[in-house]
Design a protein around this ligand. Structure first.
Ligand code: TRP
Length: 458
């Protein structure tokens, strides 16, 4: 049975595998780098006041994100299974740890449903860029509002994005995911470097942007901001729901997990910081508000693009849509691989059925965004889904993965996957046993305003 199912992947007899050493890095970076870096990071940084939020986020990347990425890849490559099957494989068939995998499958389903709506906006902006941005900065910003309040537009673009995700995931591991990442991820990098340099040296907002991003003012750091910084570290690195377990399961035995995880986390962080620098330079140059919620990049960048013309804006939104696509694919792949491995469905059947279900559920977010510009924060299904999945479901999934790796995953197998038993392994072992779980638990409690020694003004 297992072989029959896996025959949908094309290479090795037992299971799909990346074609080259770069394959994992590209696909994992493709999963990690997405709307989280370019759309979400700048807008939540703007909302939570800048520097202090960025600092907490960076700390979370290092002490929570990186160790967990290593752990997820180790679990995936060891078990050669989807997130649910992996916990069964490494523990036992009815192991309670498989709940972690189910939580991940549910998270993937919910995240993709609203992610697709934002990705749809990015696709819409490709066409807006071709037409060109004209008028005053206010008029350009209003184009975003017009887009999201039109039910037909939101639904149309959401449909197109989900269709693309489904088509690619049906294609399977190599044909679908790896090939495209190779070309388009480096292109995105180049264009972002350009935008960042433009922001830093050709606008009057460069210095202020750097100060906003990198000068922490802890008086602005609310409990919710700290929780969101943790949640964002999970979201942007695609952690806490088994995406890296799934991608790790396609990784070659000869690849070095630590090295790959460091590279992916580093690339992801750099891209977010570059996007933030570019966008806030413009925000300050034009005297705009940093806290513009979900519309931030769609409102600020086009004001610059009016001057640079479609030569820059069209490639930018194409690459942004592409970055969203490689992430969307990884979200769908987790859900699909569960139904392939455990339920024995064919890849095509699983992808079409699950993809359609996510699409239908996502209509709620597409419609919810219609009222978006007119209402306060955290209302509507879009915001609630984003908040709950990112800030609670992913950290809880990550915490369980961490505890599993620390205390259940067999030591010999861990060392074998890690590749050595030396100093680096011992550091990893201590971090995953002590530092990561304590950090996640504390921030979760802090987010719920439950830390005993803090004064929450109640
Ligand atoms: N990391 C992606 C981004 O930053 C989103 C994403 C893809 C994701 N796969 C994931 C988030 C798995 C959480 C879990 O846009």
């Amino acid at each position: 049975m297992a072989n029959e199912i896996s025959s949908n992947f094309e290479t090795v007899p037992s299971r799909g595998q990346w074609a080259s050493h770069l394959g994992f890095i590209l696909a994992a970076a493709g999963s990690a780098i997405g709307l989280g870096n370019i759309w979400k990071f700048p807008y939540i940084t703007g909302e939570y006041g800048g520097g202090a939020f960025v600092l907490v986020y960076l700390i979370c990347v290092v002490i929570v994100g990186l160790p967990l990425m290593i752990a997820e890849i180790m679990i995936g490559r060891r078990a050669q299974k989807n997130p649910v099957g992996a916990f069964q494989e490494l523990h036992h068939k009815s192991s309670p740890w498989q709940l972690t995998g189910w939580l991940g499958v549910a998270s993937g389903f919910l995240i993709l449903s609203f992610y697709s709506v934002v990705a749809g906006w990015a696709i819409a902006y490709i066409f807006k860029s071709i037409v060109g941005f004209t008028g005053s900065p206010e008029q350009i910003q209003n184009q975003f509002v017009e887009l999201v309040v039109s039910p037909y537009d939101s639904i149309l673009w959401h449909s197109i994005f989900m269709f693309l995700c489904i088509a690619i995931v049906i294609g399977g591991v190599q044909r679908g995911i790896e090939r495209w990442s190779k070309i388009l991820m480096p292109a995105l990098f180049v264009i972002l470097v350009g935008l960042m340099f433009y922001g830093l040296f050709f606008t009057h907002g460069g210095m202020q942007a750097l100060e906003f991003l990198f000068k922490p003012d802890f008086s602005k750091l609310s409990a919710e901001a700290a929780l969101s910084a943790l949640g964002h570290a999970f979201f942007t690195l695609s952690l806490g729901m088994g995406a890296m377990i799934t991608y790790g399961s396609y990784m070659k035995k000869s690849d070095n997990i630590l090295k790959n995880a460091v590279i992916v986390s580093f690339l992801d962080t750099i891209i977010a910081l570059m996007a933030g620098t570019a966008i806030f330079s413009l925000v300050f140059h034009y005297g705009m508000e940093p806290g513009q919620s979900v519309g931030l990049i769609f409102k600020t960048l086009p004001v610059l693009f009016k001057e640079t013309g479609p030569g820059i804006s069209v490639p930018f939104f194409i690459l942004l849509s592409f970055a969203a696509l490689t992430s969307g694919i990884s979200l769908l792949e987790v859900v699909v691989s569960y139904f392939i491995d455990i339920r024995g469905w064919s890849r095509t059947k699983a992808t079409i059925l699950l993809g359609s279900a996510i699409y239908l559920f996502g209509l709620l977010s597409a419609i919810s965004s219609i009222t978006l510009p007119f209402r306060g924060k955290d209302q509507g299904i879009f915001d609630i889904l984003d908040f709950v999945t990112t800030n609670y479901m992913l950290p809880v999934g990550g915490l369980l993965t961490c505890l599993f790796t620390a205390w259940v995953f067999k030591r010999k197998a861990k060392i074998d996957e890690f590749g050595s038993e030396g100093f680096l392994y011992r550091v990893f072992d201590i971090i995953i046993k002590v530092v990561t779980p304590i950090a996640v638990i504390m921030i979760l409690l802090h987010g719920l305003e439950l830390l005993p020694f803090m004064d929450y003004g109640k």
